[in-house]
Design a protein around this ligand. Structure first.
Ligand SMILES: Nc1ncnc2c1ncn2[C@@H]1O[C@H](COP(=O)(O)OP(=O)(O)OP(=O)(O)O)[C@@H](O)[C@H]1O
Ligand SMILES: [Mg+2]
Length: 324
């Protein structure tokens, strides 16, 4: 990522002098928003000193953003909520059926999770969305770029090229608007997400993808004793993504693996990994499964969507409806 982009907003925050700012930036908190969504323990870890001082800085950052209308006030009227919901937009997946399942496509202001087994199509959906989000609104896009955080090394620009061509877009131009960040371990992922807001602004990104969201934490935190710590860090990470989605009115898409639950006697014994932490923060959870040469998608645990299933296919053009 481009290291020269640093949000200069931090020095406007009460209590943040040049030295403190420098330390925060070094620690990965390089914007006012980054500070506003940080945890006191994180800030304390970077600055040293008392946690109380860290909490105050976070509070000042929040107040600053609230004044600028960038952060939600603690109490807002239902009308304001309604207005905000009306500003919500959707990105087409390329399949009308999958869009219908999502009531029109992948929503901004929330997190959509695609989970499923190996080869179920999670990464293919992510690649397709990087292209479709660049389409003009009348074609189901948001006319903006995408940020792709790849934890698995499966990002393929050639595939993006292919899908862009199929959608009759200029592939070179399209690739220019997709920012890739390769992430190697869980701390790196946390750091990247902490500093994400300035890239969203600079690249006018309308979509942030994390493929996949918990595999690194899952691999690194092994054993029961480390579970609470892992869940807390995941909770922190996923809520930062949610805040980002709300503040910038962008879509966040995460992928997740399945975890086998051998004690399930009825229905499908698989669940997305990550437990309640991920479940509570995601607005939509879509379970993907191979179904012959096609894929099935089922919406689970949604507050306002009925339980339903649909099918789609993966082709050279990306994600598509099954041709009849
Ligand atoms: N160009 C293409 N044309 C048709 N099908 C393709 C193409 N590229 C990939 N696929 C299909 O997509 C599948 C891989 O899906 P994908 O990589 O999205 O899985 P995943 O859910 O991300 O799996 P994992 O858990 O391993 O990351 C392939 O097995 C293939 O069936
Ligand atoms: Mg994948």
């Amino acid at each position: 990522m481009d290291e020269s982009v640093v949000d200069v907003g931090l020095e406007n925050i009460k209590g943040v002098g040049p030295k403190t700012r420098e330390k925060l930036v070094e620690g990965g908190i390089d914007s006012t928003l980054g500070l506003a969504v940080a945890l006191p323990s994180e800030v304390k870890g970077i600055l040293g000193g008392e946690e109380e001082k860290a909490s105050k800085l976070i509070l000042y950052a929040r107040q600053h953003l609230e004044k600028q209308g960038l952060l939600e006030k603690e109490f807002i009227t239902a009308r304001e909520v309604f207005q905000k919901r009306k500003a919500m937009k959707r990105i087409t997946t390329g399949s009308q059926n999958l869009d219908n399942l999502l009531l029109g496509g992948v929503e901004t202001q929330g997190i959509t999770e695609f989970f499923g087994d190996y080869g179920s199509g999670k990464t293919q959906i992510c690649h397709t969305l990087c292209i479709t989000c660049q389409l003009p609104p009348e074609q189901g896009g948001l006319g903006g770029g995408a940020i792709y955080i790849d934890t698995e090394g499966t990002f393929r620009p050639e595939r993006l090229f292919q899908i862009a061509e199929a959608k009759e877009l200029d592939p070179e131009e399209v690739l220019e608007k997709i920012l890739l960040c390769k992430v190697y371990n869980s701390s790196h992922l946390e750091l990247v997400i902490r500093g994400l807001s300035k890239f969203v602004e600079k690249y006018n990104a309308k979509l942030v993808i994390v493929d996949s969201v918990i595999s690194l934490h899952r691999a690194e935190f092994i054993g029961r004793g480390t579970l609470a710590n892992r869940q807390q860090r995941l909770n922190n990470l996923i809520h930062k993504l949610l805040r980002l989605a709300e503040i910038y009115n962008i879509a966040v898409v995460v992928t997740n693996q399945v975890q086998s639950k051998p004690d399930t006697f009825f229905g499908d014994p698989t669940r997305p990994a990550g437990g309640n932490v991920i479940a509570h923060a995601c607005t939509y959870r879509i379970y993907l499964k191979k179904s012959g040469q096609y894929r099935s998608a089922t919406i689970v645990d949604s507050p306002c969507h009925p339980y339903s299933t649909t099918r789609f296919q993966i082709t050279e053009n990306g994600i598509e409806d099954i041709s009849t």
